[in-house]
Design a protein around this ligand. Structure first.
Ligand SMILES: O=C(O)CCC(=O)C(=O)O
Ligand SMILES: [Fe+2]
Length: 335
């Protein structure tokens, strides 16, 4: 028997894979209360401790006082909406190549075990703006969208700078020197991707289970996400449990929602968790922008000494960042 009470935002579903999904909605008092991390706090030691706690407990937190102003968030969403409103033919001219450019509706399936159709979202990726690979980016024609490229470049650079400051605190949170991630070469030219996302409100009727983004964890070091405030994002804190409990992540205006990715989980031998999350369609159109901050291609991600011992050996072998990312993209897109 399949119960699908998805649109009530509180429900239970027994899927064909035998995994039981249960999710808590707004009506219940237990809305997920993620910690707030203040990036500009002068008390860096206490901030690092709070980050450590948040990464162990949730793998998610809000980041405030990060130096990227709300007016720029607004501009990003305005320009993003202009791009997704272009005729499909124009968007298709910028189709995803080398992980840059446009991906159409249903082209990506983050969790093939749950839904064969693919996710109901379209997206646009912007890769590193520095180094030899900067020219791989694709941009809409300036005549069509005059302020588009400059707005996105400005946003990319500002989030990268906030993300780099956050990585210093994450190093402190792991009892490492604050420039540890620079020293291991993760941040020279980080493989940072800005991904604009658009979830259409109305979907064509389908007999299949459709997600905005099906259950997944992010691949890299950290992700800094902003949303337009429309709900839908949910996390499952215990991915290994047979019953998956999904909790809504409320938006906080002006704050980044930060989460730990799989490569950080590998670095920390699962001390910091890369938490499963998804986006449920609510019938409302939704925009978000995820900034995936991943290590420089050649950086080798290897269990930190402070995170392993004889009784707790490394769970993953060392891997080069680019090799790990390529494999994950291959599994997601089939290419
Ligand atoms: O749109 C969102 O709120 C989350 C998107 C996401 O998780 C992703 O693109 O990896
Ligand atoms: Fe994600």
């Amino acid at each position: 028997m399949i119960y699908d009470l998805r649109f009530s935002l509180t429900g239970i579903r027994f899927s064909s894979t035998g995994i039981v999904d249960y999710w808590r909605g707004k009506e219940m008092s237990e809305a997920l209360n993620l910690p707030n991390i203040d990036l500009s706090s002068p008390d860096r030691i206490s901030t690092a401790k709070s980050i450590r706690q948040a990464c162990i407990e949730f793998g998610f937190f809000y980041l405030v006082n990060h130096g990227v102003d709300e007016e720029l968030f607004r501009r990003v969403f305005e320009e993003s909406s202009k791009l997704f409103s272009l005729p499909l033919e124009d968007k298709t001219k910028m189709s995803r190549k080398q992980q840059r450019g446009y991906t159409p509706l249903y082209s990506e399936n983050l969790d093939p075990s749950s839904t064969p159709k693919g996710d109901s979202k379209e997206s646009f990726y912007i890769g590193p703006l520095e180094g030899a690979i900067k020219d791989l980016n694709q941009w809409p024609l300036e005549e069509a969208l005059p302020c588009w490229r400059s707005s996105m470049e400005c946003y990319y650079n500002k989030v990268l700078s906030a993300g780099t400051r956050l990585m210093h605190l994450i190093a402190l949170a792991l009892n490492l020197d604050e420039d540890f991630f620079e020293k291991v070469g993760a941040l020279d030219v980080p493989m940072a991707f800005l991904r604009l996302l658009h979830y259409p409100g109305k979907l064509e009727p389908s007999g299949e289970e459709i997600y905005g983004a099906s259950a997944h964890s992010d691949y890299g070091m950290i992700t800094l996400l902003i949303t337009d405030g429309i709900p839908g994002l949910q996390v499952c804190r215990d991915k290994s449990h047979h019953t998956r409990v999904w909790e809504d992540v409320p938006n906080i205006k002006g704050a980044f929602i930060v989460n730990i990715g799989d490569m950080m989980e590998r670095w920390t031998n699962c001390l910091f968790r890369s938490t499963l999350h998804r986006v449920m369609p609510t019938g409302q159109e939704r925009y978000s922008a995820a900034f995936f901050m991943d290590p420089n291609s050649d950086c080798v991600v290897k269990c930190l000494e402070s995170c392993c011992s004889e009784s707790c050996p490394p769970r993953f072998p060392p891997i080069r960042s680019i090799d790990y990312l390529k494999e994950r993209f291959r599994l997601t897109y089939g290419s």
